[in-house]
Design a protein around this ligand. Structure first.
Ligand SMILES: [Zn+2]
Length: 314
């Protein structure tokens, strides 16, 4: 059994604000999450909101970005596309660019120091206005390290009101990745693929409820960003063992493994190995699926795929 921390991995679905270390939460004046986990979704959401509210200064944002790089490197992540809700922080603090610029600064320094290349995806809550999404779009266009935008949050809110922004984003060469098929059913996935021009699906696990959609997602080659621990934590699936990840793979879908920021990436690979009995060849396949589905430049993808081969040959 090889060490999954040494397997070169791409991390495609991870919210920066969910990765803040418990010690940093305490340093910033907050209370760390209970070790035993959350008693309810409400408690989970309140904890996340509290952590977001603790981030106030450029030094705070820079610090969590630096610590993110260090923690990802320890998990064997070599390339990360980290999601950040830049416009919301900017509005809350009355400083539209500061949070994003501080995060980019921290990711550049931390990435170089720890050997993790980072890119940023800006997310937008479906509950918020299209005007804010336009501001998110403008921010995304302004910085090279920001490669795309997408919707997150309560999937009972439709995507349609934001479609115009996603048309513009596609035309501007931004990548589009939406949360869909996590809380809501296949309809949310169809909307993400059509109106949202989704190039990957955040979660997307409820695709299995519609066989025709499974075939479509497979034929279009749209990868799924699957986050089992997060799904269990939020009560989307009853248990890790009951997670549909093996069914998604068996359906021939491009399944990538991610954390949502709720655990470490190597820990998630180890959990999948333990619970589903996957051999190292399957873990290597999953890692390659993540590299293939990433928006990394081709030379980096080649390098990471070679690293996976070396891991398997070791
Ligand atoms: Zn997410």
């Amino acid at each position: 059994m090889r060490d999954v921390r040494l397997l070169p991995k791409a991390h495609l679905h991870v919210h920066l604000e969910s990765t803040v270390r418990p010690a940093t939460v305490r340093d910033l004046g907050g209370q760390a999450a209970p070790e035993a986990g959350f008693a309810s979704f409400r408690e989970f959401a309140d904890q996340r909101a509290m952590v977001r509210g603790l981030l106030r200064t450029a030094a705070d944002f820079r610090r969590v970005a630096l610590e993110f790089c260090e923690d990802e490197a320890a998990q064997g992540t070599r390339y990360a596309e980290v999601t950040f809700t830049a416009a919301a922080h900017g509005e809350r603090l009355g400083a539209p660019e500061m949070p994003l610029e501080a995060v980019l600064d921290g990711l550049a320094e931390g990435g170089a120091r720890h050997g993790v290349e980072c890119r940023v995806l800006l997310d937008h809550s479906r509950r918020r206005s299209a005007e804010r999404l336009w501001r998110t779009y403008e921010l995304a266009r302004r910085y090279d390290a920001v490669i795309g935008i997408g919707l997150a949050g309560d999937e009972s809110h439709p995507l349609a009101p934001f479609a115009e922004v996603f048309d513009a984003a596609r035309d501007a060469g931004l990548r589009l990745v939406h949360h869909a098929g996590e809380f809501a059913g296949p309809g949310s996935i169809r909307e993400a693929l059509t109106l949202g021009h989704a190039e990957r699906l955040g979660h997307g696990i409820r695709v299995l409820e519609d066989p025709a959609l499974v075939a479509e997602v497979r034929e279009r080659g749209v990868p799924l960003e699957v986050c089992p621990t997060s799904n269990v934590l939020l009560g989307i699936v009853p248990s890790f063992a009951g997670h549909p990840l093996p069914l998604l793979r068996a359906a021939g879908l491009a399944v990538t493994l991610n954390t949502d920021g709720e655990t470490g990436l190597a820990a998630e690979y180890a959990r999948v190995r333990e619970v589903f009995g996957y051999g190292d060849d399957v873990l290597a396949d999953v890692a390659v699926a993540g590299i293939d589905a990433s928006f990394a430049r081709p030379s980096l993808k080649d390098r990471l795929r070679s690293g996976v081969k070396e891991w398997l040959a070791a």
